[in-house]
Design a binder for this molecule. Sequence first.
Ligand SMILES: Cc1ncc(COP(=O)(O)O)c(C=O)c1O
Length: 383
Amino acid sequence: MSTNFLYKSYPILRETVPHVELGNWPTPLEPLPGISAQPLLLVKRDDLSHPLYGGNKVRKLELILADVKRKGFREIITAGGLGSHHILAVAALGRELGLRTTGLFFCQPVNEHVLNNLLLEVEFGTEMHFVRDYPGMALQYLRFYLARRFNPRRKTYLLMPGGSNALSTLGYIGAVLEIQQQLREQGLPDPAAIFVAAGTGGTAAGLLAGIALAGMDTTLHAVRVVHPSLLGRRKIVGLARKSLKLLARKGVDIGDAASRLDERLLLEEGYLGEGYGFGTAAAQEAISRFREKAGIILEGCYTGKAAAACLDYCAARKGDARPVVFVHTASSTHREREVTATERDLPPDFRWCFAGSPCRRSCTLKGWNRSFCEMASRDNWRC
Ligand SMILES: Cc1ncc(COP(=O)(O)O)c(C=O)c1O
C-alpha cells in the first residue's frame, strides 16, 4: 500500500496532523551508474510522485490541502512565475479534491517548458492572472484576498508562492526517512550528500530537518536557483527549525535535532547564472547527461542547476565509498498527457508569451524588473 513515510515512522501524527494521501509512496531510489558509479549516484524519483502531476509539491500538498479542506475553504489563491510548477500542482491536485485554484503569474524568461506549463494550467482549470512582477503580485494577492475573504461563496485560502511553511515542510522530513529506509534495504550506508534545488526553500528545509532528525551524517547541498534577496541560509535553517518545533508540538520526540541543522547545510551559490529561470551552460550539460545516460528528463530552471552542482561534486570526489542522492523535484508524469489546449485558450494577457513579442506591460514599480527586461534581446527571454 502507498503510505506517506512520515506517518509510518510517527503513527501519533495520524491523530495530530491531518493529511490527505495523494502520492505514490515510496518513490523509487534508483542508482545511476551510467553517470557516476563511485561515488554511487542515486536519484530519488519524486518526479514520479503523482500520476497526474508529480514533483516535490506533492509531499507539501498532502499537508496543505488537508488544512484547506479541514478549514472549509473551497478555493486557493497562490502565485508563481509564468512556468510555475507550484501553481500547476496546486491546480491539478486541488481539483481532485474539488478545490478551485486562482493563480497569479509574474514574469520569467519564456521557453518551451514555460509555454507548455501555461497550456497545462488551462487543462487543469486554473483561473489565471498575469501580475507582471513581485510588487504586482503583492498588490493582486491583497486585492483578490480582500474581495473574496468576506464572500461566503468564494471562501479563499491564501497560499504563498512555493507553498513553503512549517506545515508543508514536514513533507520532506518524511522523504528523508523514506530515503534512509530504502538505502538500508539496498545494503547501502547513509549518503555523504543529498542535492536539491532551492527556490522558496521549503523542500531543502524539510530535507535538512529530516537529516538532523534521523541523525544522518549527511550534508544537504541546497542549490540556490533564485536571487540571494529571496533565499539564504537563515531562511532554510529557520524553516527547518520551525518545522521540527511543529513536530514536537504534535507529539514527536525530536531530541536535539534542532542543534544539528546549521552544520548539515551547504548552500550552493555558484549555479544560478543570470537569475531565476535563466539557462546556464552547466545546467544544459547536466540535462543532456541525465537524458542520454539514464533517460531522465530535467528542466533548466531548477533540476538542471541542482544536477550540475551534483555532477561537479561527484567528479571532485571520485572513488568515495558513500553514495550521493539527487532529489528529482520536477514532474515527469504529466509528460504522458496529450495537451489539447492551445494559446487561444489562454487569457489575452498571456498570449504575448507565444507570439515571441514583448509583454508590453510596464512594471508595477518602474525599474523593478530591469534586470529581466535588460535581457530582452538575449537568450530565451522575449520580454
Ligand atoms: C521543479 C522544482 N524543483 C525545486 C523547487 C524548489 O522548491 P522550494 O520552493 O521548496 O525550494 C521548485 C519550486 O517551485 C520546483 O518547481
